[in-house]
Design a protein around this ligand. Structure first.
Ligand SMILES: Cc1ncc(COP(=O)(O)O)c(C=O)c1O
Length: 441
């Protein structure tokens, strides 16, 4: 059956995620094609992608190597059972991931999304302590304003109020660290803010309150994205690592957006030189093209499970699509594209230009803060009194009309372009945004 994908059709059946459905369906914004840095809209416009889709198309769109790998794999081995059976492509991808992972990270557990990576890591943390004879360690610590996907574990350790408040009592035995957003001290910081490392000391308070022997893991985003770009103050992640280590608590970095070059290094762990026990990934692993995620672990964590009789399943966890052949092929082609085009290095090289361009918005109308790191940028707007989020959402709509795609969360504009963005395209993105800000009420 041929589908005319550009034809208007009935929009009612598809209940869209994280979307104002009724508003969207009255005035839809439809993307029908993409190439490199641009989307094509259904009305034929070229829109510059300032967000790499949803922080995921780090190599840009419709990259030939990835497209061809998917086509080839789909024709050769479409699916293989994931339990008690293997296929070479998934093993090959795992080795390639470990090649670029921080030293000390040696194993890959496949999932299908960032949310599933988070659930997997949280379960692994609890099961690890049990395997080590410390079954009382079940408590999970997240952070205010954290985003760890939308499943029950993730929203329990997460700290975005609207993602939690509608869904009942969530997981038991969860606590939260304070977030690290200190605008009074750190406004207009370039890169890592100076103030706030002391906020990691709150973990000592939680240890004193609950007892270290009840705590399995702490999970944080090294750079928080979905909450509106919150950066780790200098020394903060190092402190968190030291305190978790001291108390035998696992540290999980949620690298779903920071993984695969976003900061100009393969992972944030390398950028900050802090090694967690586990890293959750997804998005840039396959350039967003096919759903796939992965939890990366140390040998120590993995080896704790490799006990008991060899014919026994060591971990009662996994997904039908863990290491799916087509996703694995897309992953290998994605990693090859990153390498051949030196995209991580390129992100590092262009990051200072990106920083200068973003901070040129400091004096624009309504702007109350600018934050940046690697190829991530945030422009925070003064909210309209009594109408939070409205000003930023108006900016998003006006930007789309002017052919740039940005994202907003609350009254914060967040940007994370593909790593192939050029200086001219940065000028277009930020120049257009400056015009948009001028036009806003
Ligand atoms: C840090 C982090 N963790 C988890 C997720 C969830 O990923 P997914 O939407 O693939 O489930 C996201 C998505 O933006 C994320 O930013």
């Amino acid at each position: 059956m041929a589908l005319d994908r550009k034809a208007p059709n009935d929009l009612n059946a598809f209940w869209m995620p994280f979307t104002a459905n009724r508003q969207f369906k009255k005035n839809p914004r439809m993307l029908v094609a993409a190439k490199d840095m641009h989307y094509t809209t259904s009305d034929g416009r070229q829109v510059l992608d300032g967000t790499a889709g949803l922080w995921c198309c780090n190599a840009g769109h419709c990259r030939p190597k990835i497209t061809e790998a998917i086509q080839r794999q789909a024709a050769e081995l479409d699916y293989a059972p994931a339990f008690q059976m293997g296929h070479p492509v998934a093993f090959e991808l795992a080795n390639r991931i470990i090649e670029i992972a921080p030293k000390g990270i040696e194993h890959v557990f496949y999932t299908n999304s960032g949310s599933e990576s988070v659930e997997t890591a949280l379960k692994l943390a609890i099961a690890y302590h049990r395997a080590k004879g410390q079954a009382t360690r079940t408590r999970l610590i997240g952070r205010e304003r954290g985003y760890h996907g939308v499943n029950f574990g993730g929203i329990s350790v997460g700290g975005i109020v609207n993602n939690r408040r509608h869904f009942g009592s969530l997981l038991n035995g969860v606590d939260h660290l304070p977030h690290t957003h200190l605008p009074d001290n750190n406004r207009w910081s370039r890169g890592q803010p100076e103030h706030g490392a002391y906020l990691a000391d709150d973990l000592e308070k939680l240890v004193a309150l609950h007892g270290a022997e009840t705590i399995a893991a702490v999970i944080v985003e090294p750079v928080a994205g979905s909450t509106g770009v919150i950066l780790p103050p200098k020394g903060y992640l190092e402190k968190l690592r030291a305190i978790t280590k001291k108390h035998g608590i696992l540290l999980i970095f949620d690298e779903v957006i920071t993984g695969f070059g976003r900061l100009g290094a393969p992972f944030a762990s390398q950028y900050f030189d802090v090694l967690p026990d586990m890293m959750t990934t997804a998005k840039g692993l396959t350039n967003g093209v096919i759903p796939m995620g992965a939890v990366l672990t140390t040998a120590e964590l993995h080896d704790a499970f490799m006990d008991g009789p060899e014919n026994m399943i060591e971990l009662f966890h996994g997904y039908t699509y863990s290491g799916n052949p087509i996703a694995s092929a897309a992953g290998i082609a994605t990693l090859e594209t990153y390498k051949e085009e030196a995209l991580f290095e390129r992100a590092a090289e262009i990051a200072p230009y990106w920083e200068d361009a973003l901070h040129s918005l400091r004096d624009s109308r309504h702007v109350i803060d600018v934050r940046n790191m690697g190829l991530i940028g945030a422009v925070e707007l003064d909210p309209i009194a009594g109408e939070p989020t409205k000003r930023a959402f108006s900016a998003f709509l006006a930007a789309y009309d002017k052919n740039i795609l940005i994202r907003t969360t609350g009254d914060i504009i967040a940007m994370s372009p593909p790593l192939m963005i050029t200086r001219d395209q940065i000028d277009t993105l930020i120049g257009t945004l400056a015009d948009v800000l001028k036009s806003l009420d």
